[in-house]
Ligand binder design. Structure first.
Ligand SMILES: *[C@@H]1O[C@H](CO)[C@@H](O)[C@H](O)[C@H]1NC(C)=O
Ligand SMILES: *[C@@H]1O[C@H](CO)[C@@H](O)[C@H](O)[C@H]1NC(C)=O
Ligand SMILES: *[C@@H]1O[C@H](CO)[C@@H](O)[C@H](O)[C@H]1NC(C)=O
Ligand SMILES: *[C@@H]1O[C@H](CO)[C@@H](O)[C@H](O)[C@H]1NC(C)=O
Length: 827
């Protein structure tokens, strides 16, 4: 039954869609109310999260504690399975302050018989809102199967009440409308009575149950021992004693919304034979399609099991009988018969019903709703779901607790490491960090500034991670800089990495002499581009002070010198990347942006993205750079497969090993150029390399928060800032970014390439573990984990990668050497 359980679990978890109050799929005409205060607080304004009209539905008169006749009614046009409700008061931009502290729910399947919802303890009143604006969601347990739902505000004193509501669930495609059965009985066991009645049955119960649904369809299976239950002994079961049924059977009749083609019925039975409870001995089912009962019933006798006392599903094959109602006689095998769930599997999709087809309502479910795919060929009942959910919740709680403990341990470990080892082994003086730099600022101001720097960072992608508290911890230690020129180098994309060596600091740019020469004297050698010729296409990225957009530029050809060698037709728009500074950026950020333009304008290398033009006459300031037709290397490679049989079979586009090497070589070449100018890129990765025709590569930098690379929002650990999986240990722990740390990132980039970007580096490690691993690199006690050798990667190339990840920065190769090595490896 695993697949059934799984299906039910998915259905239960998935079946929580807003049914269209806020989304508008429920039409105004289907929302009605007992009364309205005014036209602008009519029922149609009772939509959750809507601010139209006067901001909510409000009944005409104040709601009195003892007079509950006001209601807001929603017609869903067809039966729905409703698992959750949401309510909200009237806020109306601060003018309104009415809300329902409590409410009840009534529902109806046919529009005439109304049933009050009760929870499993029999309580009808649901706690509502505590203020006029927050949305309060309440799970409905048991869930409701209904077409009409009424919300009835309840108060403990006379007050004005307004409501906005939403229903969550999914369409009830399976169509069991009611079951009728003899009322469940009471078992007088020696110690205490066991109530085997159907305590959530919503039909009429006098001598028998009619016209309702209840425990047999509530999605909860009973336990093996029926005397155990979370409510009272026997709660989950409905049971009958043979003494009350001289005929020897219990008759249950099931009614459906229309004629269906039935495949099976599954009955969940208790089998505690020690207590004289057994599954049924035989079942005889009669089918009614149209108005007549079929003459020949179907009979089935399961094996009577006196060995295994566990509760079980007994599956009855209904042999594709067509019916709109089924009546089954369940014969006693012992003194008692106890059922907790009954489900039917029917196949309606293929059947052209002779009865009137059910009214199809408005599209209550979004087109991509997965519940549409799980049609009613399976079951309508959610047996085991709750059990599965509880199980999963427990698992989640365990994981969360475990994670917290683990995180504490990590934090402690890293703090210990920093405190003990770093202070001991490094002599320290302040250099790199933004905060605490500025001698003119008091400690507190700079502290605040640094905090806000972190806070203003956008929530970023999984490739970037704020290295927990480590970095914050670090400024207390200053650091020794063996190589002042290297430490003070400008990085390639200053605007993006501001948080570490930020634009707000006083000594951000200690530009080395070589570069200074390059920059001094001459004007910026790029031209102003008319902004109106840019057409926005999509957002590529976002940094602290700016954004990167992909645009089409008209007439860009004039701005390109011959050396750009674009082979594009005249007058066609060219794809360009436009990096722009937010107009609210501060002065320092502007200055840095202009400096970046200067720096960028000097970079001329076939493997580095070119600055084409700028817009600096007016705000927002823009830099227009090349963009390449095949997008970034990460996406490019993940679309491709290695050459081989597998790719041939699947017909996937391929990239040969030689071409991989060719691309890696170009990256090395571009980096060789950057490093020759003492530029540090700080974010080298496949996502920052662009692919053009014939596998040409250009290195770019789009900043840190491209939506594409932010799949994983739900990390507990807050904002992501740094690409820790690409960063060298000294960048993470000491904040040092040098050509040698670029070399480390190059090694990781090479690893990505050889894996066709199908896997994130250290994908099996959490962010905390990656940082912990960094500590192992620092300690160097052979416990550090290296990225594994990719399947396609020859030993010689893996050796090159390992060289990039040497602990000692001086032992890492230079880009010159790497470039040479790659040229030699390339066959
Ligand atoms: C079921 O039995 C319990 C215990 O006697 C009783 O409180 C409850 O009202 C009964 N429920 C129904 C629906 O008869
Ligand atoms: C019921 O469904 C089965 C299997 O889908 C099909 O073979 C059979 O013809 C259907 N019966 C009727 C009466 O349509
Ligand atoms: C009920 O079941 C018990 C145990 O099987 C049996 O002894 C008894 O005769 C049955 N009573 C009736 C009325 O069938
Ligand atoms: C199915 O029903 C539709 C409308 O009720 C009818 O036009 C059509 O002929 C039916 N198809 C079959 C195969 O009976």
């Amino acid at each position: 039954n695993f697949s059934l359980f799984f299906f039910l679990f998915v259905l239960f978890c998935v079946c929580r869609y807003p049914l269209g109050m806020s989304g508008g799929q429920i039409l105004d005409e289907d929302i009605s109310a007992s009364s309205q205060w005014s036209e602008s607080t009519a029922a149609r304004y009772g939509r959750l999260d809507f601010e139209e009209g006067d901001g909510a539905w409000c009944p005409e008169i104040t709601v009195e504690p003892d007079n509950l006749k006001e209601f807001l009614q929603i017609d869903l046009r067809s039966l729905h399975f409703i698992t959750l409700v949401g309510t909200q008061g009237r806020h109306a931009g601060g003018i309104g302050n009415e809300f329902a502290q409590m409410y009840k729910i009534k529902y109806s399947r046919d529009g005439s018989r109304w049933i009050s919802w009760k929870n499993r303890q029999g309580k009808q009143v649901i706690e509502g809102n505590r203020n006029a604006y927050d949305i309060v969601l309440k799970d409905l347990d048991p869930p409701i199967i209904a077409r009409f739902v009424r919300f009835m505000p309840v108060t403990d004193h006379s007050m004005n009440v307004c409501m906005r509501v939403e229903l969550y669930g999914c369409e009830w495609l399976d169509g069991l409308v009611s079951y009728n059965a003899p009322a469940g009985e009471q078992m007088n066991s020696p110690s205490y009575p066991i109530y085997l009645n159907d305590s959530v049955y919503d039909g009429a119960v006098i001598y028998s149950m009619t016209e309702g649904l209840g425990q047999l369809t509530d999605g909860v299976c009973g336990l093996d021992d029926f005397t155990h239950s979370h409510v009272w002994p026997g709660y989950d079961y409905v049971g009958w004693n043979n003494e009350s049924f001289p005929s020897g059977y219990v008759e249950i009749m099931f009614e459906f919304d229309r004629t269906r083609n039935f495949t099976t019925m599954k009955v969940h039975c208790n089998n505690m034979f020690s207590q004289h409870v057994k599954a049924f001995r035989q079942v005889v089912c009669y089918f009614r399609s149209d108005l007549d009962w079929e003459a020949s019933p179907l009979s089935f006798s399961p094996v009577v099991d006196e060995k295994n006392p566990s509760a079980r599903f007994v599956t009855v094959n209904l042999a594709n009988h067509m019916a709109s109602a089924i009546k089954c006689h369940f014969y006693f095998a012992d003194a008692w018969m106890l059922f907790s769930e009954i489900t039917f599997q029917s196949d309606t999709a293929m059947y052209n019903t002779t009865l009137a087809p059910p009214k199809t309502g408005p599209p209550n479910i979004q087109p991509d709703d997965p519940t549409h795919k799980v049609d009613d060929s399976n079951t309508r009942i959610l047996i085991g779901c709750l059990v599965a959910i509880i199980f999963i919740l427990v698992a989640i709680i365990v994981i969360i607790l475990w994670r917290q403990v683990w995180q504490k341990m990590l934090e402690k470990a890293s703090r210990r490491m920093l405190d003990d080892e770093l202070t001991a082994s490094l002599s320290i003086q302040s250099e790199t960090f933004t905060y605490n730099h500025n001698p003119n600022q008091s400690g507190t101001t700079s502290e605040q500034e640094s905090n806000s720097t972190y806070e203003r960072i956008f929530p970023l992608g999984p490739d970037y991670q704020e290295p927990s508290r480590l970095i914050c911890k670090l400024p207390e230690f200053a650091q020794s800089s063996e190589d002042p020129v290297q430490d003070g180098v400008p990085h390639y994309a200053e605007a993006d990495i501001v948080n570490l060596q930020g634009v707000t600091g006083s000594n951000t740019y200690a530009i080395p002499a070589v570069t200074m020469d390059l920059l001094s004297g001459k004007d910026v050698a790029v031209e102003e581009f008319p902004r109106k010729l840019l057409t926005f296409k999509e957002k590529l990225g976002e940094g602290q002070f700016g954004e990167v957009h992909l645009c089409e530029a008209e007439g860009m050809q004039e701005f390109m010198n011959k050396e750009f060698l674009f082979d594009i037709a005249e007058d066609l728009p060219v794809l360009v990347a436009v990096k722009m500074l937010r107009s609210d950026a501060n002065k320092n950020a502007r200055n840095d942006f202009l400096k970046e333009i200067k720096i960028m304008s000097r970079l001329k290398d076939p493997n580095i993205i070119r600055l084409l033009a700028v817009c600096i006459y007016s705000d927002p300031l823009c830099m227009i750079t090349e963009y390449m037709e095949n997008g970034d290397l990460n996406q490019f490679l993940s679309r491709h497969e290695p050459e081989g049989q597998l790719a041939q079979l699947s017909n996937a586009p391929t990239v040969s090993f030689n071409n991989l090497c060719y691309m890696a070589t170009q990256i090395a070449s571009g980096m060789k150029y950057l490093s020759s100018l003492n530029f540090v890129h700080r974010d080298l990765a496949t996502r920052n390399c662009l692919v053009g025709k014939k596998y040409t590569i250009k290195i770019a930098d789009f900043g840190m928060s491209r939506n594409l690379y932010s799949g994983d929002y739900y990390r507990i650990q807050g904002r992501a800032v740094l690409p820790i999986r690409w960063m060298s240990w000294e960048s993470i722990l000491l904040g040092k970014f040098t050509t040698a740390s670029d070399m480390w990132a190059f090694g990781v980039t090479l690893w990505e390439i050889l894996n066709y970007c199908k896997e994130q580096p250290y994908s099996q490690l959490t962010d905390e573990q990656v940082i912990e691993n960094t500590g192992e690199f620092f300690r160097d006690q052979k416990r550090q984990i290296y990225l594994p050798q990719p399947v396609l990667c020859p030993d010689s190339l893996y050796k090159v990668m390992l060289c990039c990840w040497r602990r000692n920065t001086k032992e890492r190769p230079s880009f010159q050497e790497i470039h040479q090595a790659l040229l030699e490896i390339q066959p």
